[in-house]
Design a protein around this ligand. Structure first.
Ligand SMILES: N[C@@H]1[C@@H](O)[C@H](O)[C@@H](COP(=O)(O)O)O[C@@H]1O
Length: 335
C-alpha cells in the first residue's frame, strides 16, 4: 500500500504520458518561432531549471543554438536578449518570482516567450506570448515528479525531437515496469551515503542534475551533478567511500564512461551505473534498463525518481515533508 503522495505522483506521471498530446495542439506558432530564432534560452528554477538543461541538449540534437539558465542568473547576470531570441520558461506553479520576472524582462526586450506550466491561470501565463499547459495537473507532493515527466514530453514535442517519435503506450509499459523494481543493492548504498555525485553527459547531464535535486530534496543527501568526466578534474580527490551514480543509458554513449568508472572504482568511490543491458561500463553496482527499452530519457528519469523515493523511505524520512522546502518561492524583492 502506498503511503506517500510522491510515490502516487511518480506513478501518476506515467498514466499522464497518454494525455500529453492534448497540450501539443497549438505547437505550430512556437515551433515556427524556434525555427527562425537566433538562439533559444531555457529558464527555470530547481527541477524546472534542469528540465531546461534537458531541453538545451535536445535542441543541440536538432542543430538549434540553445542555452539553459537558472532563472535568477538569467535575470541578474544574463546574456544579451534580442527580438530574435526565444525564451522557454518552465514553472510548475507559474508563480516562481525569478522565472516570471526574467520572462517579463525578456519579453520587454523583444524576445518571444513560451511558458510551460501546469496551470491555465498563472503569472507566467500572463507574461508569455504562448502558454503550453502540461497535462500534469496539480502536483500533490512538494517534490516535482510528474511535472518533470510532462514538461519533458512537451519539450520533445515542441522541438520535434527524435524522442517524440515513441508512442506513449510504449513508454508507459516500460516506465511502469521500472518504477516497481526495488533496486535493493543500490538503495542500501545510497541510504548509507552522506554525499552523492550524479554524473551524465548531454541529455543525461540534465538527468543527473534532476536526480541531484531529487536526492537532495527527498533523501536529504548532499548532492553534486557533473558532466561525467568532470569528476576526474578535482572532486575525485575527496570522493572515496561515498557513492557516485553514473547515468549512461543512451544508445550512443561516449567512450569516456568506462574509463571514468574505472578511475572512480580505483579511487574507492562506490560506483553505481545506470545503463542498458548491452553496455557494460564496469562499476560496483549496475542498474540495468529492461532489454528492448526505448532510447528515451523518460525511462531513466522514472528509475531515478523511484530510487530517490526508495532511498528516502529506507532512511526513515518522509519524502512528502522535506524540511525548509515549499512548492515554489515568491520573493518580496521581486513582487
Ligand atoms: N522546492 C521547489 C522546487 O521543487 C521547484 O522546482 C522550484 C520551481 O518551482 P516552479 O516549477 O513552480 O517554478 O521551486 C522550489 O524551489
Amino acid at each position: 500500500m502506498t503511503t506517500h503522495a510522491v510515490y502516487d505522483e511518480i506513478r501518476s506521471g506515467i498514466d499522464r504520458l497518454n494525455d500529453f498530446k492534448m497540450s501539443t495542439r497549438d505547437l505550430s506558432e512556437p515551433r515556427k518561432r524556434i525555427a527562425h530564432a537566433d538562439r533559444v534560452h531555457f529558464i527555470g528554477c530547481g527541477s524546472s531549471y534542469w528540465t531546461g538543461v534537458i531541453g538545451q541538449y535536445a535542441s543541440f540534437q536538432r542543430g538549434i543554438d540553445a542555452t539553459a539558465y537558472a532563472a535568477s542568473e538569467y535575470l541578474f547576470a544574463g546574456p544579451p536578449i534580442t527580438e530574435e531570441t526565444v525564451v522557454v520558461a518552465y514553472s510548475q506553479s507559474g508563480e516562481t518570482s525569478e522565472t516570471v520576472t526574467a520572462a517579463r524582462r525578456a519579453k520587454e526586450k523583444g524576445a518571444f516567450v513560451i511558458g510551460i506550466t501546469n496551470t491555465d491561470d498563472s503569472s507566467l501565463g500572463s507574461v508569455a506570448d504562448v502558454v503550453l499547459v502540461t497535462p500534469a495537473g496539480t502536483e500533490k507532493a512538494v517534490l516535482a515528479t510528474k511535472t518533470v515527466d510532462a514538461a519533458l514530453m512537451l519539450t520533445f514535442s515542441l522541438l520535434e525531437s527524435k524522442y517524440s517519435e515513441y508512442t506513449p503506450s510504449e513508454l508507459q509499459r516500460m516506465c511502469r515496469n521500472v518504477v516497481e523494481q526495488d533496486f535493493q543493492t543500490a538503495v542500501a548504498v545510497l541510504a548509507e551515503a552522506k554525499t552523492l555525485y550524479t554524473l551524465g553527459q548531454g541529455i543525461e547531464y540534465g538527468l543527473a542534475g534532476e536526480a541531484a535535486t531529487k536526492f537532495g530534496e527527498g533523501a536529504l543527501l548532499h548532492t553534486t551533478a557533473l558532466p561525467t568526466p568532470e569528476i576526474s578534474h578535482g572532486p575525485i580527490a575527496n570522493a572515496a567511500g561515498e557513492p557516485a551514480l553514473v547515468i549512461a543509458t543512451q544508445e550512443s554513449e561516449a567512450s569516456l564512461t568506462s574509463e571514468v568508472v574505472s578511475k572512480l572504482c580505483d579511487a574507492g568511490v562506490t560506483t553505481i551505473v545506470l545503463r542498458r543491458p548491452t553496455n557494460d561500463y564496469g562499476g560496483d553496482i549496475s542498474i540495468e534498463l529492461p532489454s528492448r527499452s526505448p532510447d528515451h530519457p523518460i525511462v531513466p528519469l522514472k528509475i531515478l525518481q523511484s530510487l530517490t523515493y526508495k532511498t528516502a523511505v529506507k532512511k526513515g524520512y518522509n519524502p512528502d515533508d522535506p524540511p525548509e522546502l515549499s512548492k515554489h518561492i515568491e520573493w518580496s524583492a521581486l513582487g
